[in-house]
Design a protein around this ligand. Structure first.
Ligand code: AGP
Length: 618
């Protein structure tokens, strides 16, 4: 989710390339902001690089203090760390000889490529996957003396997701880019051309754009744009005119960051899965730094988190207990901290946090470690405090989550928790490698299924607009559907300021059913009828019970489940998927519903009242 800008202009060196790059990075800063950098090429073979950890302002301050020479070409990058913390050394661009390169994505096979370069005596200055690409490009250029050909050659060797831009000191009129599973667009100017991870990078200069297709390489000069395949055959991008304004461009054309991030979820799950298996398909979580013998001796797992992250932890409980046969407790961090919990050196505490700065969770982490427990953090923000104070970390790769209410980070947290459960099951011998691989294959199919749910969400939006004046909504779920119901209620509270409550469906007759009166809207998350049928039939009975008392039942069920139809006023179907993975799909209609209803009420869905993105006080 990094921000990428490229520019090539007049053959006369000037400040314009740097100005265009910095302005573009400002517009892209929401895509990643833990470091930033630029590379400039000018006539006479000059290549200059400036890069700083922290916000873009730190780079601008650096450039003010140590100005770079006038140039004809620029590439710029704002980083959202995936490999290697937010440091000056890990900031992009990465340089090798006369080549500078910037990258958005994850090179899955960088370990193998790096080992070969190390064996050849190449010295590395960073922990990133991108520096590997820089060295490969420099070597390919030395052999071909052509940056486009070099990029084509290197791109063919990379696995994973990548948008790459590269410049060479000997080519002051050229920027070369390549993309695979990560966006890259060309901005077509008059005597100048632009590149960007999205149109926000250059929208103030041109609205004439060319979107590159999968596995394409583009070469821009001041007067030409050449597109090829990775094999070097001529190809074409998709030409279009950008009709968004600058503000909309920063949200990828969506009305809000909330809406954009709901739609980013397939990519967030896919990116969180990337690079987690070895060449034989076995799960490898190389960020986990807890000794395998310690993990084998664990006799209890305690998940600590707050809010949405806690609901991700609750989903994880069902999966990890089922796969690992280890008891998993899920505790609200602020309760865990002060209830004198029973933890010791055989307890694995898992701290789940998008921001990595939630004070309640951080204090609980400190307390757990004082009691001798090992702490593993599942966090989205590299370099944040919670991973620094934990024994190990498993990063989610959801990219920066701007909207206060968490969506894509939630799905990424669940995905990371599944990976942890499978890793422990494999390590502790509860599952054979082929069983783990089978579940990983199901997980890899989830991004496409999430996209299907998003593609079907029109009716959800319609119902949400129709219910804009609703005063109270209830959410029911059972098994892994229970935390999904709780999260659906939280989203509606946070975004639409409506009283909403989630219940375990089985709890209904123990009290909450008294709330049911004619017209009361109730969402019901129904488990798969293909799983343990007892779960499914019991939830269908729950729907009958509330329908008999006049509730307006809105059911989330899987494709083909006809049993729910007679008792549902509305059914939102999601693709069939294994029971334990179903939360990744079932929550999406609830997110869309909350976002749409709040939007219909004219509320600010990105910055809801009274809330902060990271609660850094206890
Ligand atoms: C989620 O929509 C809320 N914004 C909030 O509950 C959040 O999940 C909670 O504060 C935890 O934040 P964290 O994941 O950054 O630790």
């Amino acid at each position: 989710m990094c921000g990428i800008v490229g520019y090539v202009g007049s053959a006369t060196a000037s400040e314009r390339p740097l100005e265009v790059a910095i302005e573009g990075l400002r517009r892209l800063e929401y895509r990643g902001y833990d470091s930033a950098g630029v590379a400039l090429v000018g006539p006479g073979g000059s290549l200059e690089v400036a890069k700083k950890a922290g916000k873009l302002a730190n780079l601008v301050e650096e450039l003010d203090a140590r100005p770079l020479a006038a140039a004809t070409v620029a590439i710029g990058h704002t980083r959202w760390a995936t490999h290697g913390g937010p440091t000056d050394a890990n900031a992009h661009p990465h340089v090798s000889g006369k080549v500078a390169v910037i990258h958005n994505g994850i090179v899955e096979n960088f370990h193998v490529l790096k080992d070969a370069l190390l064996a050849d005596g190449v010295e590395f200055r960073s922990e990133t996957d991108t520096e590997v690409v820089a060295h490969l490009l420099a070597r390919a250029y030395d052999a071909t003396k052509d940056l486009t050909t070099a990029m084509q050659q290197v791109a063919r060797t990379l696995h994973g997701t990548f948008t790459l831009l590269a410049v060479h000191a000997d080519a002051p009129d050229t920027v070369v880019g390549a993309r695979h599973d990560s966006p890259l667009v060309v901005g077509l100017g008059d005597g100048e051309n632009f590149l960007g991870s999205d149109v926000a990078a250059f929208i103030s200069h041109t609205r004439d754009a060319l979107e590159l297709g999968q596995d394409q390489v583009v070469t821009i000069t001041p007067t030409a744009v050449e597109v090829t395949t990775f094999a070097g055959e001529a190809a074409e991008g998709r030409h279009y005119t950008v009709d968004w304004d600058a503000a909309a461009a920063e949200k990828g054309g969506f009305r809000s960051f909330m809406d954009k991030e709901i739609h980013d979820q397939p990519q967030a799950v896919a990116d969180t899965l990337l690079g987690r298996t070895d060449t034989r398909g076995r799960l490898v979580l190389d960020e986990i730094r807890i000794d395998e013998s310690v993990l084998r001796a664990v006799d209890k797992i305690v998940v600590i988190a707050c809010g949405t992250a806690a609901y991700a932890g609750q989903v994880a409980k069902y999966a990890i207990e089922h796969w690992c046969r280890v008891p998993v407790e899920v505790e609200l961090a602020h309760e865990f901290r002060y209830r004198d919990p029973v933890v010791d050196e055989r307890t694995l505490v898992v701290a789940v946090s998008q921001s990595g700065e939630t004070m309640d969770t951080l204090m609980a982490v400190r307390h757990a470690r004082e009691q001798g427990a090992k702490v593993l953090a599942i966090v989205n923000t590299h370099g944040s405090t919670i991973p620094r104070e934990s024994d190990a970390v498993l990063y989610t790769h959801a990219g920066p989550e701007i909207a206060v209410a968490s969506t894509k980070a939630f799905l990424a947290q669940i995905t990371a928790a599944y990976l942890l459960g499978l890793y422990l099951a494999q390590l502790r011998g509860n599952k054979y490698a082929d069983e783990v691989t089978e579940i990983l294959d199901e997980l890899r199919a989830m991004p496409e299924k999430i996209q299907q749910v998003l593609d079907r969400a029109g009716r959800v939006r319609e119902i949400a607009r129709w219910m804009a004046d609703t005063q109270s909504v209830l959410f029911l779920g059972r098994h892994v559907g229970y935390p999904v119901a709780m999260e659906g209620a939280l989203k509606l509270k946070e975004l639409a300021y409506i009283h909403a409550e989630g219940f375990a469906a089985g709890e209904l007759k123990h009290g909450p059913i008294a709330l049911i009166e004619p017209g009361q809207p109730v969402f019901v998350v129904v488990p798969s009828p293909r799983g343990r049928d007892s779960l499914h039939s019991k939830v269908v009975s729950n729907i009958q019970e509330i329908r008999a008392r006049g509730a307006r039942t809105i059911v989330i069920a899987e494709d083909g489940d006809e049993a729910v139809r007679p008792f549902a006023d509305e059914v939102f179907y999601v693709p069939q998927t294994p029971t334990l993975l179903a939360p990744l799909l079932a929550v999406v209609p609830l997110q869309v519903f909350a976002c749409e209803l709040a939007t219909a009420k004219g509320l600010d869905v990105d910055q809801p009242r009274n809330l902060a993105k990271s609660v850094t006080v206890e």
